[in-house]
Design a protein around this ligand. Structure first.
Ligand code: IPM
Ligand code: MG
Length: 353
């Protein structure tokens, strides 16, 4: 039987609640689908940091190379500075495992109310292809003259032709595979005359390879507004690392709840394992209460199976999610209900049958 080796980093806060929930769904889907997933827990995260002084083992990246994929919960805790927890775990993994695509569907599911008045599922169905390896997140920069009036910080954005070309090409292919075949590129070339003028030039060059895709560029501020005022005009969005981070929080907010939105950190060349995660964080305010919405993690798990080549299994999980959400009987508090994580998970596993 085909067996996939999955590294599991449940991480912090509600990560440790939604990951087991999603694994339950993945196991059931696998046994129905004639394949298996072999899950290996890695204890990395903020508690690990407090004990060992580092977010993950020094040979962490090498060890992850042995797996077919990585399933991540959430990283972050009030006890550890966010700059440490993100910069020493999530961001190095995305960079060192060459996961240069961050793929984030933003869809209003039937049964969820958008905070945008009068909008339904037909209006909000987009997917963001976020550059995940360079740009504003490259990590280059420094700080000098600490504690003096001359204290200075520089944080540099790095944009390479190779980096822009590959993310644009991936985004055009995603657009090509969707019925509307539309791609919006987030730019800011009116103010960032080096990086974003370059971004526009390279994306426009790649656009020539995809004459069947309608390509439009928007300044990112206007695109933020458009997501709120005219979400129905957007299909696929391609964006730099920071712009994509911001746009996808808007996208998941207008889709009704951060508790539903999944993401994949993908290495399209498959030279290194890809990593799948709910896009919500560790939510310390509700951690330990058993009420976190497991849907984002379950959906991220489905994306992982799709990446591993199990498209029918992905589709079965999505159908189960849609059935449970559409039915509106079982809802966690983020969706206005009273169900627990366990009840919601149970509803999804029952709907898989
Ligand atoms: C995300 C998160 C991360 C990011 C943080 C934790 C560094 O907000 O995955 O969207 O900014 O990429
Ligand atoms: Mg974010």
């Amino acid at each position: 039987m085909k067996t996939y080796r999955i590294a599991v980093i449940a991480g912090d806060g509600i990560g440790t609640e939604v990951v087991p929930a999603a694994i339950e769904v993945l196991k059931k889907t696998a046994s129905n689908g004639g394949f298996a997933c072999d899950f290996t827990d890695l204890p990395w995260g903020c508690d690990y940091y407090l004990k060992h002084g580092r977010m993950m083992d020094p040979d962490g990246v090498d060890r992850l190379m042995m797996f077919d994929a990585i399933f991540l919960g959430a990283i972050g805790a009030p006890t550890v500075s966010d700059a440490i927890s993100a910069r020493e775990l999530i961001l190095p993994l995305r960079q060192r495992l060459l996961q240069y695509v961050n793929l984030r569907p933003m869809r209003l599911l039937t049964g969820i109310r958008s905070p945008l008045a009068g909008r339904g599922p037909a209006d909000i169905d987009m997917i963001c292809v976020r550059e995940n390896s360079e740009g504003e997140y490259c990590g280059l920069g420094g700080r000098v003259h600490a504690g003096t009036p001359a204290e200075t910080a520089v944080q540099t954005g790095v944009f390479t032709r190779q980096g822009i070309e590959r993310i644009a090409r991936y985004a055009f292919r995603v657009a090509q595979s969707r019925p509307r075949k539309m791609l919006a590129s987030a730019t800011k070339s009116n103010a960032l005359q080096h990086a974003m003028v370059f971004w526009d030039e390279v994306v426009a060059g790649v656009a020539k390879e995809f004459p069947d895709v309608t390509y439009v560029k928007y300044h990112v501020d206007a695109l933020c507004a458009r997501m709120v005022t005219h979400p129905q005009t957007l299909d696929v969005i391609v964006a730099s690392n920071l712009f994509g981070d911001i746009l996808t929080d808007i996208g998941s907010a207008i889709s009704g709840s951060l508790g539903v939105a999944p993401g994949g950190n993908i290495n399209p060349d498959r030279t290194h394992p890809s990593m799948f995660e709910p896009i919500h964080g560790s939510a310390p305010d509700i951690a330990g209460k058993g009420i976190a919405n497991p849907i984002a993690a379950i959906w991220a798990g489905a994306m992982m199976l799709d990446h591993l080549g199990e498209r029918p299994a992905h589709d079965r999980i999505l159908a189960a999610i849609e059935r449970v959400i559409g039915d509106e009987r079982v809802k966690t508090p983020d969706l206005g209900g009273k169900a627990s994580t366990k009840e919601m998970t149970r509803a999804v596993t029952d709907a898989l049958a």
